[in-house]
Design a protein around this ligand. Structure first.
Ligand code: BV8
Length: 239
């Protein structure tokens, strides 16, 4: 492990362009349940059953009950040392982008500004009729499902399964992954696409890829260094 860590630190020390890709594992040490871990269940539903346009069309109240529960869970939580390390990284490299699959907002709270939120943000709603996006931090939601002033249902401003990612956001993420000298992939099971394909794209474009995860994932075989451990412990050692 120490050899791997030294190799990873040496590559970062000479890097100019660094991209970091994070998943639910980075928020785990703050107390946010991961998606595919044992605690990912809610009333025996799997996230894939609720985080879809169909589930919302069928039962907007049920889907909003789930998000309201998650918002209530996340609201008092703080960034952990892994988030803080990534926030410090932003100021260390001439070119930096944080790409996160997480919707909890903890990276912003930790101080990152150059962020691409691939799957949206749980603290924002979107009108299903007008498309207007608004920040809403009410916990609990006073009315479920919430409605826009225009009368239409509000939905979480989140990318659900079967929905396309924001085109412009994803294009900027693609160019960052193709141009970076080092890609750090932390806390993701690398099963959800298209985020899961970013490490391979970066690698094919010549990036040095560092994975931080206590477990192996589908990308572990091809990354340059796999730091097997928790992001809250490994990331501070990296910077
Ligand atoms: C799309 C918002 C085009 C919801 C989320 C078959 C093959 C390929 C693709 C597909 C396929 N079938 C369907 C698809 C497409 C689908 C997909 O990928 N499905 C998967 C399940 C197979 N993708 C989509 O639908 C995407 N859109 O493809 O658009 C399109 C358009 C129209 C029609 C068709 C296609 C949209 C995907 C976005 C879904 N929304 N989130 C919400 O949050 O409410 S995804 C959801 O999963 C979260 O965002 C989460 O971040 C993400 C990925 O999960 P992880 O972050 O990796 O979390 P997970 O729990 O899985 O893993 C945690 C990891 O952390 C583990 O590895 C663990 O070991 C590690 N860990 C634990 N503790 C720690 C730690 N690591 C470090 N430190 C620790 N302490």
């Amino acid at each position: 492990m120490t050899q791997d860590l030294d190799v990873a630190k040496k590559r970062l020390a000479v890097a100019h362009r660094v991209t970091v890709l994070t998943g639910a594992g980075v928020s785990a040490e703050s107390g946010v349940p991961t998606f595919r871990g044992a605690e990912g269940l809610w009333r025996n539903f799997r996230p894939e059953e609720l985080a879809t346009p169909q589930a919302f069309a069928n039962d907007p109240k049920l889907v909003w009950d789930w998000y309201d529960w998650r918002r209530g869970l996340i609201a008092p939580l703080n960034p952990n040392p892994g988030h803080v390390a990534i926030a410090k990284m932003e100021g260390q490299f001439p070119e930096f982008l944080l790409v996160t699959q997480n919707v909890d907002g903890l990276h912003r709270l930790a101080g990152n500004k150059k962020i691409a939120e691939l799957h949206g943000n749980i603290w924002f709603t979107r009108c299903t009729d007008e498309g207007t996006i608004a920040e809403n931090r009410q916990v609990p939601m006073p009315e479920i499902p919430p409605r826009c002033r225009c009368g239409a249902l509000l939905r979480p401003h989140i990318v659900w399964f079967g929905e396309s990612l924001d085109y412009d956001v994803f294009q900027s993420v693609l160019s960052a992954c193709r141009a970076c000298d080092v890609l750090v992939v932390a806390g993701t099971s690398s099963v959800v696409h298209p985020a899961a394909s970013l490490a391979g794209m970066a690698k094919d474009s010549g990036a040095f890829v560092i994975e931080v995860n206590p477990e192996e994932t589908p990308i572990t075989d091809f990354v340059d260094v796999h730091l097997r451990g928790k992001s809250g412990e490994m990331l501070p050692l990296l910077i």
